[in-house]
Write a protein that binds this ligand. Structure first.
Ligand code: ADP
Ligand code: YYY
Length: 231
């Protein structure tokens, strides 16, 4: 290089999609931290807009009402993988977006096309401004949000493994009820008309059922490094 500076790697965009409990958030955060990339949890954004709708008394079963309100809340995501943040109109909602109420309503809100177009635009602008690149996790990142991503991963796991993992986080929950709720939400997310949960044709599928979290992280880091090396 003319100025003697060390060459910097070009920004790398990694899309990680898959159903609930497959390990997207844990894997994406760890991969981004290890590789010095930004991190975006797009599910948190859909949860945040759902929280705003519930808090403001919008009838989430009325898609017209949800569509009419979709442009109102200002959602801001902090993309440091060591400390991801999410605010709505300046309010920290990291805790409130994880309630059962929000979880049970997020699929209906995120199926509304006006909600998706607003959040998709936000996601693209965050990805475009990440200095070293970004790991973006969700349901439609490889298919719709960032179809030109350098690497696309689709994580899967059995419903039993996913329910057991989620139950580890919810103290005292019934594993069968957790499994049924996961299956119901995945079915709603996969069957909606606008950008459903789906594997992109060029995504690498990783079944995490019998892998530990460190094994999944290592697998994805290796795939990113191979991409960067041009293999
Ligand atoms: N391969 C794995 N083996 C065991 N537990 C895992 C694995 N991957 C993730 N987990 C755990 O499962 C739970 C759900 O993981 P998370 O990353 O939130 O999944 P997702 O973002 O796909 O819903 C977390 O408690 C996480 O620590
Ligand atoms: N890219 C995305 C990400 C999430 N969603 C919707 C559908 C999901 O059920 C909810 C919540 O996503 P989130 O990743 O937080 O869900 P879990 O961590 O799996 O419980 O948001 C979406 O429609 N598109």
């Amino acid at each position: 290089m003319e100025n003697g500076a060390a060459p910097t790697a070009p920004a790398v965009i990694v899309a990680i999609d898959g159903p609930s409990g497959t390990g997207k958030s844990s894997t994406s955060k760890a991969v981004a931290a290890q590789l010095g990339l930004s991190y975006l949890d797009t599910g948190a954004q859909y949860r945040a807009i759902t929280w705003w709708m519930v808090t403001n008394g919008i009838d989430i079963d009325d898609p017209h009402a949800v569509a009419a309100a979709a442009g109102k809340p200002e959602i801001v995501s902090g993309t440091d993988p060591a400390r991801p943040t999410i605010t709505v109109d300046g309010v920290d909602v990291a805790g409130p977006i994880r309630t059962q109420e929000v979880t049970s309503k997020v699929s209906a809100v995120s199926a509304v096309p006006e909600v998706r177009s607003r959040i998709t635009e936000l996601q693209r602008s965050i990805a475009a401004s990440a200095p070293a690149g970004i790991v973006v996790e969700g349901r439609d990142i490889g298919t719709t949000v960032l179809p030109d991503a350098d690497l696309k991963i689709f994580l899967t796991a059995s419903a039993e493994a996913r329910a057991a993992r989620r139950n580890g986080e919810l103290k005292g929950a019934d594993v069968n009820a957790t499994r049924e709720a996961l299956i119901k939400r995945d079915a709603a997310d996969s069957s909606r008309k606008t950008s459903p949960l789906a594997k992109a044709d060029d995504a690498v599928e990783v079944d995490t059922t019998d892998l530990t979290l460190p094994q999944v992280i290592e697998c994805v880091v290796t795939l990113v490094e191979e991409k960067r090396a041009g293999k």
